[in-house]
Design a binder for this molecule. Structure first.
Ligand code: NAD
Length: 342
């Protein structure tokens, strides 16, 4: 008999939740959308009606904790501004629910640790929504890099950029340090950092970084525009990463091996990735079946709950990135490399 689908509640009906996550639920095999949490009742009612969510399962930020009394909800997915992730994760775990939390996990190391502790105490799973680690092109790139098909890995470059536009509601809070925690690094540079870590399968031992924001640009009064950082890994691989709110739509990485160079561009888009290998024999495009990465990651957590397994990207994975991002900021502030103790 097919296992029952787990019930999911989405918290925060913003750009990403409404355009990417909610439309992916019909593709899920183990998960269904059953509840919404929003500060805007009219919007929540409209989205509930469009997606077959029972209007009695609409909550707001005040009655959020009463999700505890709703047995239809197994998992809460936090899709709020970054600095709100900790509070809603902790309250969600205390309400007895499993948690999926968007990246970055939180804006401080202390908040990440509190989130992990709260989920452990409640005996609930915590997963960070690192969608690229469930996306088939990225998985292929990991397999090729770690399987030796590129020869010995030497260097990785990873670049993530987009133009911050505070005229858009989703970019307003991104320009505020209190809500975003930081600038382009916390938002998209985290994909460059993640790529360097999952491609090598290693943790960096040293980080050097530089920051620059265009002087007098009001968008960068509180958060940084550009971050360039270099990660040194134990094997000797070095990753050159960039992150920017000043150059447009870039989401790519390259892996340079002694035999071949792998290019994934775009690497971390929502759809339509392009993977190629180049070497002595020329350039070879690799086509893989595209799959909806949001449905894959959502179902991964449901499966982990059903089978009592640890998620592949648990809270500890989110904590590690936040620790490393703090080291990136520290290196830039001090103007010297920071040694990482793992
Ligand atoms: P958004 O602004 O469109 O959505 C945020 C939602 O939170 C809105 O519905 C807003 O009304 C609500 N909210 C509640 N309290 C708020 C407050 N005090 N201030 C501002 N908004 C408040 O933003 P988004 O782009 O959907 O991002 C939400 C989260 O999802 C962020 O953590 C972001 O990093 C993450 N995200 C992840 C991906 C990905 O590919 N994994 C992509 C985009 C965003």
């Amino acid at each position: 008999m097919a296992e029952k689908k787990l019930g999911w509640a989405i918290v925060g009906l913003g750009e990403f939740a409404t355009k990417q996550l909610i439309p992916s639920f019909p593709l899920c095999k183990k998960s269904k959308l059953v509840a919404l949490v929003s500060g805007d009742p009219a919007k929540a009612q409209r989205i509930a009606a469009e997606n077959g969510v029972d209007p009695k399962n609409i909550y707001n930020y005040q009655n959020y904790d009463s999700l505890r009394d709703n047995p239809e909800v197994d998992v809460i997915y936090i899709v709020l501004p970054n600095s709100m992730h900790a509070e809603y994760t902790i309250r969600g775990a205390q309400a007895g629910k499993h948690i999926m939390c968007e990246k970055p996990m939180a804006t401080t190391v202390e908040d990440c640790e509190k989130m992990i502790a709260a989920c452990q105490k409640a005996g609930r799973k915590l997963m960070i929504a690192y969608r690229a680690q469930y996306e088939p092109y990225n998985l292929k790139a990991i397999e090729l890099a770690q399987g030796g098909q590129l020869g010995k890995l030497k260097v990785i470059t990873a670049d993530h950029g987009r133009i911050l536009d505070p005229a858009k509601p989703q970019d307003k809070w991104r320009a505020e340090k209190k809500l975003a925690g930081g600038g382009s690094l916390m938002d998209i540079g985290i994909y460059s950092l993640q790529a360097a870590r999952y491609i090598t399968g290693e943790e960096p031992v040293e980080i050097s970084a530089m920051l620059h924001s265009t002087p007098h640009d009001p968008r960068f009064k509180e958060v940084e525009e550009n971050v360039n950082f270099v990660l040194r890994f134990p094997s000797g691989v070095q990753a050159n990463c960039t992150s920017s709110y000043g150059y447009s739509d870039t989401k790519r990485f390259q892996v340079f091996g002694s035999e071949k160079v792998l290019t994934l561009d775009p690497a971390t888009d929502y759809y339509e990735h392009h993977l190629s290998l180049s070497g002595k024999e020329g350039k070879q495009e690799m086509k893989i079946k595209e799959e909806n990465q949001f449905a894959l990651e959502i179902d991964h957590l449901s499966e982990c709950i059903q089978q009592n397994k640890n998620p592949k990207t648990p809270g500890e994975e989110g904590l590690q990135d936040v620790k490393l991002m703090m080291a990136i900021y520290e290196s830039a502030r001090k103007g010297k490399p920071v040694v990482i103790k793992n």
